[in-house]
Ligand binder design. Structure first.
Ligand SMILES: CC(C)(COP(=O)(O)OP(=O)(O)OC[C@H]1O[C@@H](n2cnc3c(N)ncnc32)[C@H](O)[C@@H]1OP(=O)(O)O)[C@@H](O)C(=O)NCCC(=O)NCCS
Length: 385
C-alpha cells in the first residue's frame, strides 16, 4: 500500500514478525519445537524444577542456591494473603461477571490499597511488588473460583508450595501428590512464552511508567480474549461432548471433511510438536488414570492420531491447550477457571519482562498507515445535507 503523505508504505498487520526489543528471558524455537527460560530447556525445568524456582530464574536470570530458593519461597508464602476488603469486594461485584474480569478487578483493588506497590520507584522495589503480586494472584484466583461455587475462600496454607497451595485453596483440602505435581508442572510450562499478546500489552503499559498493577491488569485483560487464553476451555467442551472412541472417530472425520479448525491444534510459532504439549500429554495419561477419566484421554488420543496424520505435514500438531484442558478438567476444575490459572502462571513472565524492559525503557509508540481522505473542506453543521 502506498501513502507518500505519511511516508509509511510498509506495515505488518498485528505487528506480526516485527522485532520490538531484545530479551534474555526466554526463547521459542518454533521450527525445532524448543522452549527455554533464561537458557534452560523447558524439558529440564519441567522434570527438575518447581514453579518457585522457575519464577526466581525468570526474575533473576540464574537458578537460585538452596538458601536463595528457601528465602524466595518464604517470601512468596509470606505475601499470599489478600486483604479482606479486596476479597469482600471481588465477591460482591455485579454478577454475572467473567472470572477473568473478577481477577482483573481484584488486581486493580490491590493497587488501590497497597501503597508499597503503587509507589515502587526503582526496579528492586518493583521486583518486590511483583513477587507479592505473583503470590496474591493465586489467592485471588482461588477465591474467585470458590465464589462461583458459592463457597467461602480458603486461607493459604504456609506449609505448602505454590502449586499445592493453589489446589488446596481451590478445594479446601489437600490434593493427591500426582495432582500437586501436575499443577506445579503446568504453572512452570505456562510461565513465559515470548512476546505473546498479553506480555506485549503489559510491557506497553509499563513503558509509559505506569504502575506494575496496571501493567498486570492489562496482561489479564489481554489474556481473557479467546484468541489468546481460552482455547483449552473450548478443547474440553469438544472432548466432553464426545462420549466414545467410535464417536471420536466420526467427529474427526467430519471436521476434516468440513476443513474446520480443531481446537487445541496448530500454533502461530510452533510448526512441529510443541514441547509443552509433549510433556503434558504424559502427565495427562497418568492423571486421567488416577481420576477415572481414562476414556476422555483415549478420545483425545484418537483425535490427535487422526488430525496429526492429516495435518502433520502442514505443521499442525496438538498445542499446549489440548492437554492442559484435559488436565484441569481431571483436577475437577471448572472450565471458566482455566484462563485465570493461565494468569496465575504467566504473571511471572509478565513481571520478568516488564522489569527487563524498564532497565532501558523506551515508550512503545508504533505508527499506522493513514488510508482515509485528506484535505476535506469543513462544512458548518447547518449547511450539511
Ligand atoms: C493457533 C492458530 C491461531 C495459529 O494459526 P496460524 O499460524 O495463524 O495459522 P492459520 O490460522 O493461518 O492456519 C494456517 C493453515 O493451517 C490450518 N489450521 C491451523 N490450525 C488448524 C486447526 N486447529 N485445525 C485445522 N486446521 C488448522 C488453517 O486452516 C490454514 O489452512 P490453509 O492454509 O489450508 O488455509 C490456529 O492454529 C488455530 O486457530 N488453532 C485452533 C485454536 C487453538 O488451539 N488455539 C490455541 C493456540 S496455543
Amino acid at each position: 500500500m502506498k501513502n507518500q503523505k505519511n511516508r509509511e508504505t510498509d506495515f505488518a498487520k498485528g505487528l506480526e514478525g516485527i522485532v520490538s526489543n531484545t530479551t534474555r528471558i526466554g526463547y521459542v524455537d518454533g521450527e525445532a519445537g524448543k522452549l527455554s527460560y533464561r537458557g534452560y530447556d523447558i524439558e529440564d525445568l519441567a522434570e527438575h524444577s518447581s514453579y518457585e524456582e522457575t519464577v526466581y530464574l525468570l526474575l533473576n536470570g540464574k537458578l537460585p542456591t538452596l538458601s536463595e530458593l528457601e528465602e524466595f519461597t518464604d517470601k512468596l508464602k509470606g505475601n499470599r494473603t489478600v486483604a479482606d476488603e479486596v476479597m469482600n469486594r471481588i465477591t460482591h461485584l455485579p454478577c454475572p461477571c467473567h472470572p477473568m474480569s473478577m481477577l482483573r478487578s481484584g488486581i486493580s483493588l490491590l493497587e488501590c490499597i497497597d501503597d508499597t506497590c503503587r509507589i515502587a520507584e526503582d526496579l528492586e522495589e518493583k521486583k518486590e511488588a511483583g513477587i507479592k503480586l505473583i503470590a496474591q494472584t493465586a489467592t485471588l484466583t482461588a477465591a474467585v473460583a470458590r465464589h462461583l461455587q458459592e463457597k467461602e475462600p480458603v486461607p493459604p496454607d504456609p506449609a505448602l508450595p505454590h502449586g499445592a497451595n493453589f489446589l488446596y485453596m481451590l478445594r479446601g483440602e489437600r490434593a493427591k501428590p500426582l495432582e500437586e505435581r501436575v499443577m506445579d508442572l503446568s504453572l512452570i510450562l505456562h510461565a513465559d512464552h515470548g512476546m505473546n499478546a498479553s506480555t506485549f500489552a503489559s510491557m506497553v503499559v509499563a513503558s509509559t511508567l505506569s504502575d506494575l498493577h496496571s501493567a498486570v491488569s492489562s496482561g489479564i485483560a489481554t489474556l481473557k480474549g479467546p484468541l489468546h487464553g481460552g482455547a483449552n476451555e473450548r478443547v474440553i467442551r469438544m472432548l466432553t461432548g464426545i462420549s466414545s472412541i467410535a464417536e471420536a472417530e466420526a467427529f474427526v472425520e467430519k471436521v476434516l471433511a468440513e476443513k474446520t479448525k480443531i481446537m487445541g491444534f496448530g500454533h502461530r510459532v510452533y510448526k512441529t510438536y510443541e514441547p509443552r504439549a509433549k510433556i503434558l500429554q504424559g502427565y495427562a495419561k497418568k492423571l486421567t488414570e488416577l481420576t477415572g477419566n481414562e476414556e476422555l484421554f483415549e478420545i483425545a488420543q484418537t483425535i490427535e492420531k487422526r488430525v496429526t496424520e492429516a495435518y502433520g505435514s502442514k505443521g499442525i500438531f496438538p498445542n499446549v491447550d489440548f492437554y492442559s484442558g484435559l488436565i484441569y478438567h481431571s483436577l475437577g476444575i471448572d472450565e471458566s477457571i482455566f484462563t485465570p490459572i493461565f494468569a496465575v502462571s504467566r504473571i511471572a513472565g509478565w513481571v520478568a519482562r516488564i522489569l527487563e524492559y524498564l532497565e532501558d525503557n523506551r515508550l512503545f509508540r508504533p505508527r499506522a498507515v493513514y488510508t482515509g481522505p485528506t484535505d476535506l473542506p469543513y462544512v458548518p453543521v447547518r449547511e450539511r445535507g
